[in-house]
Design a protein. Structure first.
Length: 310
């Protein structure tokens, strides 16, 4: 893997780190199986790209993308909370609807951003004037944005409101018994989660210079892979540890995929990306159980040995 390919892999891993944060909020914190991210990710990209092409300031376009992603989450929450639709089905309905809406937003299946100003353009110009490669500056900007997002999530979950958010995912009946509004927590959690995913979609479009209606296919699996892989490798109960773990999990996942594809390991090709993702998620899910079983087996052997010695 070349140096520039390595930088590109780190960049895309950080961009999808925002997706991992969003998936962490729904699956781990709220215990809400949300597939909306497959629709909110391309919606963030579509809104940002359309706004930039229309001459809107890139930062404003990115903010609009975050709001569009959050709106997707609110629709899913409304279907689940207000209409009583099963969580998984509610998110699938929103995801399907978002596909058509994204085409409406862009007016066509994809939009190119070549030659358009993005949030990275000033930094790339600065790098060019200094005789440096713009990809390094772009990577630093993405890193700072992800760090700020992770810091915000950590502070939020450590607050009193965040405690209610986490309690809703653990025991919603207890929260209601204490006078808490579980519906409010669900609305907020899903809006924030998909807002982060929309933010990731906007960064994806601006770093890759295009937005495509199919770019969200498999996003939920990538997010789950990052969350499961990160928390398997870096276990911990503290909030900041979990946040760092899911971001690092996204980076490690992308590095593993890039290495497997670039090295030609097992004859893998770029079209095998979803297969690699599914295998990594399966391994990450099985690993903790195998570790627990091995520990139990070791304890049983030691107890049997102790009885024989006695």
């Amino acid at each position: 893997m070349s140096f520039f390919a390595f930088l590109g892999t780190l960049e895309i891993g950080l961009v999808y780190g925002l997706v991992a944060l969003g998936v962490y909020l729904t699956f781990r914190v709220l215990d809400f199986p949300d597939l909306t991210v497959d629709g909110s990710f391309p919606m963030g990209a579509a809104v940002a790209a359309t706004a930039i092409v229309a001459g809107v300031n890139p930062w404003v376009a990115t903010l609009l993308a975050i709001m569009a992603g959050g709106l997707c989450g609110l629709v899913t929450a409304f279907l689940a909370v207000r209409c009583g639709i099963l969580h998984l089905l509610a998110s699938i309905l929103t995801m399907i609807a978002a596909f058509s809406i994204n085409i409406r937003i862009m007016g066509r299946p994809n939009i190119a951003l070549l030659g358009e100003d993005t949030i990275f353009t000033p930094f790339e110009t600065l790098a060019f004037d200094a005789g440096m490669d713009g990809s390094v500056f772009r990577l630093v900007v993405v890193l700072l944005l992800v760090i700020l997002s992770g810091w915000f999530i950590t502070r939020l979950l450590a607050s009193d409101f965040g405690l209610g958010l986490r309690a809703t995912g653990v025991n919603s009946r207890m929260v209601r018994a204490q006078g808490g509004n579980t519906a409010l927590y669900t609305y907020f959690g899903l809006a924030l989660s998909n807002g982060l995913v929309g933010f990731s979609g906007a960064l994806f479009a601006q770093t890759n210079s295009f937005a495509d209606v199919t770019s969200g296919v498999g996003t939920i699996v990538v997010g789950l892979a990052a969350v499961i892989l990160g928390q398997t490798l870096i276990p911990g109960r503290k909030i900041w540890v979990a946040v760092v773990a899911v971001i690092l999990g996204s980076i490690l996942y992308r590095l593993a995929v890039a290495f497997a594809l670039s090295s030609g390991m097992f004859g893998l090709q770029a079209s095998d990306l979803n297969l690699i993702t599914a295998l990594l998620v399966a391994v990450a899910l099985i690993a903790p159980r195998m570790k627990t079983q091995l520990k139990r087996g070791g304890k049983k052997k030691s107890s049997v040995a102790a009885k024989k010695m006695a």
